[in-house]
Design a protein around this ligand. Structure first.
Ligand SMILES: CC(C)(COP(=O)(O)OP(=O)(O)OC[C@H]1O[C@@H](n2cnc3c(N)ncnc32)[C@H](O)[C@@H]1OP(=O)(O)O)[C@@H](O)C(=O)NCCC(=O)NCCS
Length: 336
């Protein structure tokens, strides 16, 4: 699916991010499984990641990010028309984490639902919120991207436990007079779904003692296949969207790729031909936070003063599904 902006113009009017306090370093992981700081750094670029405490659920980690986003937008929770939470690790299967979060924010009249598109979830959710705002259905939407992948990882599996971390980011989307979102490109390839999945816990394989004993409640990943997929779609999705919007990579001032692995980012940056100084990278400190990754990186870039009004910002995510998605926007004054 690909489309350029139509209808009301829409932009980010507030942005926030939050990560748990607990830092898990590569050295600590090397004491848990057969790995090393050197292997993790050279294969992924990750030095450390954050891990939620036992008492923290996704709502708890998302709430500070959402509150910051509302504050920066200068609105209260009661003004929200819709709350979308992109995640694969909701507090529980249902009710939706978005409904729990809306309640905690005092958004008593807001519609609320969770969106499952793996690490691409945040970009998918932006596109959905954009559509509702541009079409006039809503005036103010909160989009949260967040995951606590630490909860679904097998901590004895060295091929997965070294790459993921916990975190969340949130944006308020509202109408603007000019600038804002220019277009989206989204896609999915369910045939590759089994390369990154949690086999049990759904209607196909309910949790039983046998399933638990086999570890099928944990995230399973074919790292090499996902790597090939990721390097391919990061490039193709960005190229398609830029073309659709009548732009080239030369127009991109800030590139925010999904933070999965620094080698995947390096590959995309090289293929696309985007200068290094325009790329936002923080995977070294947070690992792959799934849906939290792009808003966390965006918030960091804003915090560092890397975004100014008129800048063209390209975001591309990819992940479980397998899914991919890009969003292109012209940064607005309100976006903070
Ligand atoms: C997971 C990933 C880092 C593994 O790196 P890789 O270079 O592909 O490594 P491979 O899977 O080919 O494994 C190479 C060797 O390292 C070993 N290995 C795997 N994990 C290891 C670890 N943490 N420490 C040490 N050795 C490890 C493997 O067992 C394998 O050993 P072998 O050659 O004796 O069989 C990489 O495939 C990757 O990043 N994939 C994409 C993952 C991703 O982004 N997922 C989320 C998408 S949203």
């Amino acid at each position: 699916m690909i489309g350029s902006a139509n209808g009301y113009r829409v932009s980010i009017s507030g942005l926030g991010a939050h990560v748990p306090d607990r830092v898990l370093t590569n050295e600590e992981l090397a004491r848990m499984v057969d790995t090393s700081d050197e292997w993790i750094r050279t294969r992924t670029g990750i030095r450390e990641r954050r891990i939620a405490g036992p008492e923290e659920a996704l709502t708890d980690v998302s709430l500070p990010a959402a509150r910051t986003a509302l504050e920066r937008a200068g609105i209260s929770g009661s003004q929200l028309d819709f709350v979308i939470v992109a995640t694969v690790t909701p507090d529980m299967t249902f009710p939706a984490t978005a409904a729990l979060l809306a309640d905690a924010l005092g958004a008593s009249d807001a519609g609320a639902y969770d969106l499952s598109a793996g690490c691409t979830g945040f970009v998918y959710a932006l596109a959905q919120a954009y559509g509702m705002l541009a079409g006039g259905l809503c005036r103010t939407v909160l989009v949260v991207g967040g995951d606590l992948l630490s909860r679904i990882i097998d901590w004895s599996d060295r091929s997965t436990c070294v790459v993921f971390g916990d975190g969340a980011g949130a944006v308020v989307l509202q109408r603007v007079d000019s600038g804002g979102f220019l277009g989206f490109e989204l896609g999915a390839d369910g045939a590759g779904g089994r390369d990154l999945c949690v086999p049990a816990g759904g209607s196909r394989l309910p949790v039983t003692p046998e399933v638990l004993a086999a570890g099928q409640q944990y995230l399973q990943m074919n790292g090499r296949e996902v790597f090939k997929f990721a390097t391919r779609v990061l490039v193709s999705s960005a190229e398609k969207l830029l073309e659709q919007c009548g732009m080239t990579v030369d127009d991109v001032d800030v590139y925010v790729p999904h933070q999965a692995n620094v080698r995947i980012i390096d590959h995309a940056v090289e293929k696309l031909g985007i200068p290094r100084e325009r790329v936002v990278v923080n995977v070294d400190r947070y690992g792959n936070t799934s849906s939290g990754s792009i808003p966390l990186a965006l918030a960091e870039a804003v915090g560092e003063g890397r975004l100014t009004k008129g800048d063209i910002v390209l975001m591309t995510g990819m992940g479980a599904g397998l899914t991919w998605g890009s969003g292109l926007m012209e940064w607005t004054e309100e976006a903070a």
